[in-house]
Design a protein around this ligand. Structure first.
Ligand code: M6R
Length: 614
């Protein structure tokens, strides 16, 4: 939540900062703003709404040239999304400018103290206290880096801060507690950002900042300390994707591009993990085979779409690895008393590696001595660093707020983990694991095949653009697919959409069925006869009550034809792998329907891609 960019170098800071913000807009788009240091003064501009509004302001009143500055794109927490609450925030004298991602929990007490001292506030944000606290510190003669350290020692909560001092045109200072912040190291220039995407066109050399660190960015170097000023250890890395991956590449929306990239993303996530002997090699997980043998329970924690991947993982883990597996929404996990031991493996699934709910659940699990593994898409993010092990998905950067390709790659990752545990613990014969791995390897072409047949799904979506509600039904792994379909439709089309386990229907939800209500049903493969036949009965039950049935079934499944108002065929695959092909039509459906309603599918209202506050 909130995108942050800081720059110091030889280029025009305004351009670098605004271009960086454009790549971070997925993190929040309630307002945008920037501050530049110009001849001992600050030049600031900020505007409510998307970045385009700030661009207009900058066109109408271009600020003076500057080679040092910072910028922010906001997802509002404290204070309405209006101009005064937009970042940057400045102190009383207009000397210090600050941008912030996170929540300063003790801001009310700090603000009261500052008001008593006569500071004047111009916004309702928690962030502004930092500007005034820095004002006091630089006013007392401390240089900005030391001022920041002194201020951070007084702050509670989760935050990333970046500040400039008009009287020091040679330094940008950042601080990090919990919320993400990375450094981009250039030649005679350096960058700070919430995500490498902001500076990827300038440099691919990055530095990951740790907890409670302050970074001092100068044109010729970067210094990182802890809050006491002691030199801190940092992790440097090279970003393995380039600027083209973070661009739309001719598509109208990132989401469309990301849906289309799924075959490659699935293939990349499998790459290098299947040995020539057909055995799985997941050494990077950093959890030994012996440790895996000692596990007696798995708990999966995640939010949103990642939680749906977790629900599917449960079926795979219990079936292949023979271990009990619980799945829980991360935001609930640490507020009950989960029973965790050294033999519990907790798997955190997070695309961003930054979701605060999941991060807090990870910390709680580690405090209880459980081993924690994460499935993550973003190298350099917080969760992989804090977990015992990590399995990266190789989806590449996902910019659209709605998760698509990262969901499919999370599924690949959970299948790999489940099969790997089965291989290590011997719960499946080697040849059974091998056969399933071979099938997994065919999934990129199967997903490609689904994408090639999406014309009728788009047409259907456009025809339903004026509906008020859509229901989704599934059984077994089709149930989480139904939940995911409903989530996509809610977040993109702002429509009432709900996913149900088809068996639950008669326990209440069937009352929702009325004449013409679109109901999308995910039908398991015919090979799972009992499941399959039960859902075919469910389709008949809802149809008898007037529902308009939209059925997703494997190709050649004639049994569903008589009960389907619309039939969407997907390639035949084993039941556990079906979510990889059955989810794709639902993504395309929601994207097209939302577009037909005139929505910006990359930036749905009220949302941000990384939810870095609880
Ligand atoms: O980065 P994470 O995977 O931890 O994010 C979790 C959810 O916030 C995320 O999946 C969200 O539900 C997406 N917008 C869904 O499309």
């Amino acid at each position: 939540m909130c995108g942050i960019v800081g720059y110091i170098g030889g280029k025009q800071a305004q351009q670098v900062v605004v271009d960086g913000l454009a790549r971070l807009e997925y993190r929040g788009y309630d307002s945008a703003g920037l501050a530049l240091v110009v001849d001992g003064k600050l030049a600031t501009a900020k505007k409510a709404g998307k970045l385009v509004n700030l661009r207009k302001v900058l066109e109408e009143e271009p600020p003076p040239a500057s080679t040092i500055g910072l910028g922010h794109t906001r997802w509002a927490t404290h204070g309405a999304p209006n101009d005064p609450n937009a970042h940057p925030h400045v102190d009383c004298g207009g000397r210090v400018a600050v941008i912030h991602n996170g929540i300063i929990e003790n801001f009310a007490a700090l603000k009261a103290g500052l008001l008593e001292k006569g500071h004047v506030f111009g916004s309702e944000t928690d962030t502004e206290v930092v500007a005034h606290l820095l004002e006091e510190e630089v006013g007392a003669g401390h240089e900005l880096p030391e001022a920041m350290r002194r201020v951070c020692r007084r702050l509670e909560g989760a935050y990333t801060l970046v500040a400039v001092d008009a009287q020091d045109p040679d330094v940008v200072v950042g601080a990090r507690r919990n919320s993400p912040l990375v450094v981009g190291k250039g030649d005679g220039e350096n960058f700070l950002a919430s995500d490498v995407a902001a500076f990827i066109e300038h440099t691919r050399d990055a530095v990951e900042l740790g907890q409670d660190q302050v970074v001092e960015l100068r044109r010729d170097g970067v210094t990182v300390t802890d809050y006491e000023g002691r030199p801190a250890e940092v992790h440097e890395y090279h970003v393995d994707w380039d600027v083209s991956a973070a661009e739309k590449g001719g598509y109208d929306y990132f989401m469309l591009k990301e849906i289309a990239e799924q075959p490659r993303a699935v293939a990349d996530t499998l790459l290098g993990r299947i040995g020539s002997d057909g055995r799985l090699h997941l050494d990077e997980m950093r959890i030994t085979d012996q440790q895996l043998r000692e596990i007696d329970k798995i708990i999966i924690i995640a939010c949103g779409t990642s939680y749906h991947a977790g629900l599917i993982a449960k079926y795979a883990i219990e079936h292949w690895a023979g271990l009990p597996c619980e799945v829980e929404v991360a935001s609930e996990f640490r507020y009950r008393d989960p029973i965790l031991t050294r033999s519990t493996l907790v798997i955190a699934i997070s695309q961003s590696g930054e979701s605060m709910d999941t991060l807090m659940a990870v910390r709680h699990a580690r405090e209880q001595k459980a081993r924690v593994l994460c499935i993550c898409n973003v190298n350099g993010s917080t969760m992989p660093r804090e977990c015992d092990g990590v399995l990266y998905t190789h989806a590449g950067p996902e910019v659209g707020v709605a998760a698509t390709k990262t969901f499919l790659t999370q599924l690949v990752a959970v299948y790999l983990i489940a099969l790997y545990i089965a291989q290590v613990r011997g719960t499946k014969w080697g040849d059974e694991v091998f056969a399933m791995v071979q099938l997994l390897a065919t999934m990129p072409e199967k997903v490609e095949k689904v994408l090639e047949t999406m014309g009728p799904v788009r047409e259907l979506a456009r025809s339903l653009a004026n509906e008020r509600s859509v229901l989704f039904l599934g059984r077994h792994v089709g149930f989480p697919v139904a939940l995911e379909g409903a989530l996509k439709l809610k977040e993109l089309a702002y429509m009432h959409a709900e996913g149900f386990a088809a068996g639950e229907l008669k326990h209440g939800p069937i009352a929702l069925i009325e004449e013409g209500l679109p109901v999308i049903v995910v039908v398991p493969p015919r090979a799972r006869e009992v499941l399959h036949d039960k859902i075919v009965s469910n389709i008949q039950e809802i149809r008898a009550r007037g529902a308009r049935t939209i059925v997703i079934a494997e190709e050649g499944d004639d049994t569903v034809v008589p009960y389907s108002d619309t039939l969407i065929e997907v390639p035949a695959v084993p039941t556990l792998l079906q979510p990889l092909v059955a989810t794709v039509p639902l993504q395309v459906f929601s994207c097209e329907l939302a577009t037909a309603k005139g929505h910006d599918v990359d930036q749905p209202r009220n949302l941000a891609k990384s939810v870095t506050v609880e």
